[in-house]
Each structure stands twice: as C-alpha cells, then as structure tokens.
Design a protein around this ligand. Structure first.
Ligand SMILES: CCCCCCCCCCCCC/C=C/C(=O)SCCNC(=O)CCNC(=O)[C@H](O)C(C)(C)COP(=O)(O)OP(=O)(O)OC[C@H]1O[C@@H](n2cnc3c(N)ncnc32)[C@H](O)[C@@H]1OP(=O)(O)O
Length: 279
C-alpha cells in the first residue's frame, strides 16, 4: 500500500494536510502533535490483510515523524469501530495464507501494544473480538453510549479461542477473574457494563467521543514523553516478550488450529449466520 497525501482542507494550512492509504485515513494536526487515524474498510472495518498492512504502515509513519506524540484510533464506518479479524481470511484459504495473515495480526498487536505514542481509542461503534483487541492495546478507551455498540472478546461464540496474548491483554486491563469469565462466555459488554468492569475508561454521548479523546490526549501529552514511554514499557514488556519469544510457534499453533475441519465448519456457519441476519 502506498501512503497518499490528500489536499489539505480549505483554510487549514499544513497542519491539516491529510495522508493515509485506501483503508486508513490519517488526519494529522502538527500544531498539537496529535493525529486521528480512521479505519475505512466498509462495511465493518473487518481486519483484512490489506487493512492490517496499511494500518502498520501508517502507524510506523506517525511513529517515525517526531512531530506526532499521540494518535487517536477511530472508525470512518458508521456504527462499527471494527468487526475484528476478517473471517474470510481465516476460512477457505490455505496454510500459507493463514500463516501470512496471522503474522500480520501479531505484528499489528506488537507495534500497538508497545508504541511510544499515546494511543487513545475513540470507539464510535461495535467493537467485538479483534476490534476489542485493538482498543485494548491503547492507553485509554472512550466508548460511545449506544447500546448497540457492544465490546468484548467474543471468540468462543464463534467456536474459536482467543490466543494467549489476546488473553494477556485483557487480563492486564480488567484483571484475571473478570477476564476468565468474559473469555469463556465470549461476553460482549454494553457500554455501562464495559465501564463498570474496566474494559473502557469513559462512556460519553456519541457526538462527544472525539472531543473527549482530544481532551484526554492533552492530559497524557502533558507528561514528559520519555518518562511516560519508559513507564509504559515497564508495564507491558513482559507481556510482549511472551509472544516475541514464541512468534513462530504461535503462527504454527494458529495455522493448525484454524485448519481443523471442525473450526473451518464453525467459521463458515458463523459467516452464514451473519449473512442470513440481513435477510
Ligand atoms: C488454548 C489452546 C488453543 C489456542 C488456539 C489459538 C489459535 C487462534 C484461534 C483463532 C483466532 C482467534 C482470534 C479471532 C479474533 C476475531 O476477531 S474473529 C472475528 C469476530 N468478529 C465478530 O464476531 C463480529 C462479527 N460481526 C458482527 O457481529 C456484525 O457484523 C457487527 C460488527 C456487529 C456489525 O453488524 P451490522 O452493521 O449489522 O453488519 P452485518 O450485516 O453483520 O455485516 C455486514 C457485512 O460484513 C460481514 N462481516 C461482519 N463481520 C465480519 C468479520 N469479522 N469478517 C468478515 N466479514 C464480516 C457480514 O458477513 C456482512 O457481509 P455481507 O452480508 O456480504 O454484506
């Protein structure tokens, strides 16, 4: 994917010069050092290999540009933050594809979880499974107060299992017992429940999600970068190292698990159910 620059919005000068790729829009504000990164992979921002790749490229570009210290992750698609991993990437394909796909999923999580940037999730839509994982890698989560916007790691509802590093990320956020129950039951939390269990940090009216994210960002960016980054690293490195030490084994584990006939059947059935839902 190539990074494309789009024309700055009228009267906005350089700081609003947007760039990005087909599926990831980046609205940088150099004056504040904050960029808003919007997923644009309609209809549901499913995390396809292309979106993952573009996401990693755009994140790396922002991390390498010292103008930016904070990034707000949000959705350009209505009603959905991200539907999680793209199910079509995990069924009906071949082991080589599964391995390539999973490597990209690992890569995105590794880069987000240890990012030196302040990352804030402005969750303006449904946030299941892989979408929830992305929000969990952030330093702070704001969820729109809409009962349709459920959030959680619901993998067991599909007959699959969240890998250990998904689990670790959830445990680091809401604790062991709450994670144990949420993962086994594949819980999707309503906004008020997500707030109560600590899955999100704030629940605000839908039209205040981005403005709230911008004001929270200002608070986090008031902390000296180096001290904050060292602290974040201290908190998260053990979790990250667990995957780094066994990335290839994790890929092989994924490929053999996802290739099982029973798992393929579960995923196909789940996809069918999603499509029937519309009928
Ligand atoms: C311990 C030992 C073993 C360990 C082994 C570990 C190995 C690893 C195991 C496997 C990996 C686990 C990690 C997986 C993580 C995931 O993210 S799996 C994906 C889970 N996602 C979901 O369950 C969400 C499914 N989608 C929805 O619930 C809804 O779509 C929505 C997000 C709430 C939006 O609803 P709505 O606006 O009504 O849109 P829909 O009509 O439902 O969908 C529109 C079209 O999009 C398609 N679609 C939806 N979600 C996905 C998706 N995730 N991937 C691909 N496509 C998706 C949907 O089918 C519709 O398609 P069309 O009908 O063609 O329009």
């Amino acid at each position: 994917a190539t990074i494309r620059r789009t024309e700055p919005t009228a009267g906005s000068g350089d700081s609003a010069r947007r760039f990005g790729t087909q599926r990831v829009l980046v609205e940088p504000d150099a004056a504040s050092g904050v960029a808003v990164m919007k997923f644009k992979n309609p209809p549901v921002n499913s995390l396809s290999l292309e979106l993952l790749t573009e996401f990693i490229i755009s994140l790396e570009k922002l991390e390498n540009d010292k103008t930016f210290r904070g990034v707000i992750l949000t959705s350009d698609c209505p009603r959905v933050f991200s539907a999680g991993l793209d199910l079509t990437e995990m069924c009906g394909k071949n082991p080589a594809h599964y391995a390539e796909y999973w490597k990209a999923v690992q890569e995105l999580w590794l880069r987000l979880y240890l990012s030196n940037l302040v990352l804030i999730a402005a969750i303006n839509g449904a946030c299941p499974a892989g979408g929830c994982l992305i929000s969990l890698t952030c330093d702070y989560r704001i969820l729109a107060d809409n009962p349709k916007y459920l959030i959680g790691l619901n993998e067991t509802l599909l007959g699959i299992v969240a890998p250990f590093w998904f689990k670790d990320t959830l445990v680091n956020t809401i604790g062991h017992r709450a994670s144990e129950q949420a993962l086994q039951l594949g819980l999707l939390f309503l906004p008020a429940e997500a707030l109560q269990v600590g899955l999100v940090d704030q629940v605000v009216p839908e039209d205040q999600v981005l403005s709230t994210a911008l004001s929270v960002m200002a608070r986090w960016m008031a902390i000296p970068d180096h001290a904050r980054q060292l602290t974040k690293n201290m908190m998260r490195k053990t979790t990250v190292d667990r995957l780094v030490k066994q990335r290839d084994a994790d890929i092989q584990n994924f490929v053999s698990f996802i290739s099982r006939d029973s798992i393929q059947k579960s995923l196909q059935m789940y996809l069918e159910k999603l499509k029937q839902k519309k009928g």
